[in-house]
Design a protein around this ligand. Structure first.
Ligand code: ZN
Length: 368
């Protein structure tokens, strides 16, 4: 495998009407351009990903991702990236506009398989609209069946693209244009209707995001000589929660809520209490595999509402600490989490400070 994915994210996006360029706007928990990066990573087709950007990008720890500076125009940014990888021996290169986050991994794979017998493969769509063409003040009719609207990602044999780009100084809007200007063959394959370009803010609303909800509940007995963990942090208290793990009711109820929303059974099916290897496991470590399932299936946390049901400790005293801990563990912002404390009028086991319970409702976004 010797493919490189170039993501052009240096555009200004004047029509987006925002201080941030549109590709940096937050879209379900991450900057828009990161959705393209994630899909490229998930396809497992690429040895490296080059992001071309004129804005600083932080917090990228994946070593296969490099960030380089772009030019003023799109074709200059693309040229920068092509020059950056010229000695890296990639056979193929994919070039993609960050303003199109909505392509499928299937499209990447179809492009790649078509590249075996071609030097340039480009997705396109036809139009249903009757089409006209303006030359000076005259309007002419066009045969719509002959019109091709090209999309990205586009993919190329690297050497062929490099040689053509070296001499190109035209302000082209995609790399297919360079091939066509030089009378080189381009293989056109069917693009995707969903793979539209985000130009204005209302385009974001066209992206189909589905919502799923999950409910979680947990209760553990309080016992002496055990530390109390709630929401991943230690809370000073006279007792701790008894359990196969550290008994963190908040994290367990969140895990069940997450699994419920994904329709993936419950915490017990992943961590059976008869398995010795899970004995005394810390709950943040139980959360990690669940977050991986979330990510793998393209679910994103929208919000979590939590009821912690106990007489003591007082939730108000630890609310901020617990929410900060949960936001770090779940990789979401604090304003996506709400924590309420509920007492039970000193009734029953909970009222007598012999148990703590927790219930949650989790809302997830699903975006393919
Ligand atoms: Zn539990």
């Amino acid at each position: 495998m010797s493919n490189c994915f170039i993501l052009l994210a240096a555009g200004k996006g004047k029509r987006f009407k925002s201080k941030k360029p549109k590709q940096f706007t937050n879209f379900i928990n991450k900057p828009l351009f990161m959705h393209s990066v994630d899909k490229a990573l998930k396809s497992r087709l690429f040895k490296s990903i080059i992001i071309v950007s004129n804005s600083p990008i932080r917090n990228i720890r994946n070593k296969s991702i490099k960030i380089i500076k772009g030019g003023k125009e799109r074709y200059q940014s693309s040229k920068n990236a092509i020059n950056f990888i010229k000695n890296k021996n990639y056979k193929n290169v994919f070039i993609h506009d960050a303003a199109r986050p909505n392509f499928s991994i299937k499209l990447l794979k179809r492009l790649h398989s078509n590249l075996k017998n071609n030097k340039a493969v480009v997705p396109f769509l036809k139009t249903e609209n009757s089409s006209k063409y303006k030359v000076k003040n005259k309007i002419k009719n066009l045969v719509r069946d002959n019109l091709l609207f090209t999309q990205t990602p586009q993919c190329f044999d690297f050497k062929s693209l490099y040689n053509l780009c070296k001499t190109n100084n035209e302000k082209v809007t995609d790399e297919a244009s360079i091939f066509i200007n030089n009378n080189q063959k381009v293989k056109f394959i069917k693009g995707e209707n969903n793979n539209f370009k985000i130009t204005t803010k209302s385009d974001l609303k066209k992206i189909i995001v589905r919502n799923f909800y999950g409910i979680g509940f947990d209760i553990h007995r309080l016992i002496k000589n055990k530390k109390l963990y709630l929401g991943g942090i230690k809370i000073p208290f006279h007792s701790g929660l008894k359990g196969h793990s550290d008994g963190d009711v908040i994290l367990h109820a969140i895990i069940d809520g997450l699994l419920g929303a994904m329709r993936k059974k419950d915490i017990g099916s992943i961590y059976p209490s008869n398995k010795m290897k899970f004995k005394n496991i810390r709950s943040p470590n139980m959360l990690l595999p669940i977050l991986k399932i979330l990510d793998k299936n393209r679910f994103f946390i929208n919000n979590i509402d939590i009821n912690l049901i106990c007489e003591k400790p007082k939730v108000s005293k630890y609310r901020n600490k617990i929410i900060t801990s949960l936001s770090n563990l779940l990789n979401i912002s604090k304003d996506q989490i709400n924590l309420k404390g509920k007492t039970v009028e000193k009734l029953g086991l909970i009222g007598k400070e012999k148990a703590i319970a927790c219930e949650t409702i989790v809302s997830l976004n699903y975006y393919a």
